[in-house]
Write a protein that binds this ligand. Sequence first.
Ligand code: CA
Length: 376
Amino acid sequence: MDRRDFLTTATLASGAFALSGCNENNRVAIDYSKHPKKSDDVKSVHINRGRKTTIKLATSWPGHFPIMGVGVERFAKRVFEISSGSLEIKIYPKNTLIPALAVFDATSSGQIDAFHSGPYYWKGKNSAFSLFSGIPFGFTAEEVNSWMLFGDGLKLWREYYAKYNLYPLLGGNTNIQMGGWFRKPIKSLADMQGLKMRIPGLGGEVMAKLGVNPILLPAGEIYTSLERGVIDATEWVGPALDIMMGFYKVAPYYYSGWHEPGSVLELTFNKHSWEKLASEHQAMIEVASSETNSNMTYEFHAQNIKALQKLQDLNVKLLEFPTEVTQAAKIALAKVLDEQSKANQDFQTVLESIQTHLALSKAWSDVSLDYFLNNR
Ligand code: CA
């Protein structure tokens, strides 16, 4: 997904989501050797019944933003409920306390306690951070959660974020995204040449190698740019959020996607703020963030299936990229990943972990889910 856009979207209304949050004491993961017990290095603190604890959490989304913004609000409400009101998480939507793209630094420095956003915004800090959002042709939401919780994903993420005094928990997933809206149909690889497309991240870098001119635009400018032909195409998220942007009115060809198959969202804490919390409060946050991670993922699915029906009723043309485009994109992705691995050892380390888990996961899905989905 394209969180930079949400940062600059001011007017959208509301939505939801949720699950995660193993800590180093991971109560879920089986291999405890990978998760040294917190008690080894951090002294446990217990709830002071006479005092309410308050956490300041800033987000990169407008207040009540569908699915993501509403999901964070539910997270705070759940924490308040299960802590019997002893732990209050105060939500600050983008720009109400901290600018949308400053939440990482504000939490790292301790100005606030936590943020909800997406790790690929912080690739300027370390290009490896974008990998914790996912990669084109990579993990589905289910697969990335299995890598995070039962593989090395969360362990690596926490290791690298610790250098910024941060402690991430899983905070949702956009689920599979669509390839985007095009003013004209793509019939061949040649049709991609010189195409002006709003697409950020690794997907944009892959598109650039196919001859596309990837463009970054604030959310509020995309529709008008598409309408006027300043751009030829745009990706956004999926039917649930795309339909509200009205792209179908000016770019009626809607393509299935490969560039963001399951983008991870984060609930990240200042490490000192986290360690100061009572151990009971930490457990409550872990439970609520786990619920948030799963619920947000499932709400995207539930909202997408309804919105897709509406788009079909509006005669939107649902298409797939030609095989030669998809094949060229895979080759381009390999080049992009190779270049970034050579430039950053952290990127290479995280990528190798992803590719190992992905290869095993693909072998499994080839004989299970692929068969089933193609036959049901
Ligand atoms: Ca997107």
